[in-house]
Design a protein around this ligand. Structure first.
Ligand code: DX5
Ligand code: ZN
Length: 233
């Protein structure tokens, strides 16, 4: 299976980093039931980013729930030397790995390794990294992740300059390469980031920090639908 089969057009990906870990399984089930297909899973190593987040052991516990529900685990590796972890992520049930260009000495080799393991693969870049550098490193990848915050934690504000960076990226990548955006995505800006070219929209606090997760997911989806309908009028 690959991203082309996983994606149903534009996808909103709940970011598990923002979950209530005492109730992780039930929160995931609620979101599967609400129609989520792709879950975003943030690995932070306390080195590339300050935060130590979640890793293969948590992945192993939730992968069967997600796969049984028809879902996919999209792993965002905020770690140094990311390629060292691909095999473990794969063994724990991850379906795709996205690594940072800033953290990887040889992106082409990392993309090849991901393919050998039959993983989907993406290239991420930070707000300070030139867009062209990310696009150049993404040859052979399924997606490019444009960070709209400094990576590390959920709940930060969207950096508005990300919109111009996404638009520029769209002109540099072939159509079949998806653009993912991660950080500060809420109902107020989700349609805009989609309009400028992002089709994989990561949402942490705007889903998991809300009272009713299903309603929060549907609210974000509704904003996309509304924007499409208005465009057509
Ligand atoms: C943080 C992570 C994000 C995070 C997003 O660097 O990469 O995926 O969970 O959270 P929000 O949507 O709250 O900015
Ligand atoms: Zn992330």
């Amino acid at each position: 299976m690959s991203w082309h089969e996983w994606k149903r057009g534009v996808e909103i990906e709940p970011s598990i980093y923002a979950a209530d870990f005492a109730n992780l399984g039930s929160q995931i089930r609620v979101l599967l039931e609400a129609g989520v297909r792709i879950f975003h899973f943030d690995v932070g190593d306390g080195h590339f980013v300050e935060q130590i987040t979640i890793g293969p052991i948590v992945l192993e516990s939730i992968a069967p729930i997600i796969h049984d529900g028809g879902g996919i685990l999209d792993c965002h590796l905020m770690v140094s030397e990311p390629e060292r972890h691909f095999e473990q992520i794969n063994a724990a049930g991850g379906d795709s790995v996205t690594f940072h260009v800033e953290a990887c000495a040889d992106p082409a080799a990392a993309i090849r390794l991901a393919r050998e393991l039959d993983l989907g693969v993406g290239v991420a870049f930070n707000p300070e990294t030139p867009v062209e550098a990310a696009a150049a490193a993404a040859e052979g990848a399924d997606l490019v992740l444009c960070m709209s915050i400094h990576p590390g934690r959920s709940g930060q504000s969207f950096m508005p300059e990300a919109c111009a960076r996404i638009a520029e990226l769209r002109t540099l990548l072939p159509d079949y390469v998806s653009i993912q955006v991660d950080g500060g995505i809420w109902a107020a800006n989700i349609a805009e980031v989609n309009n400028v070219g992002a089709d994989l929209l990561v949402a942490g606090s705007s889903i998991f920090w809300q009272g009713d997760l299903a309603v929060a997911y549907r609210t974000l989806s509704g904003m996309l639908l509304r924007a499409t309908t208005t465009d057509r009028l």
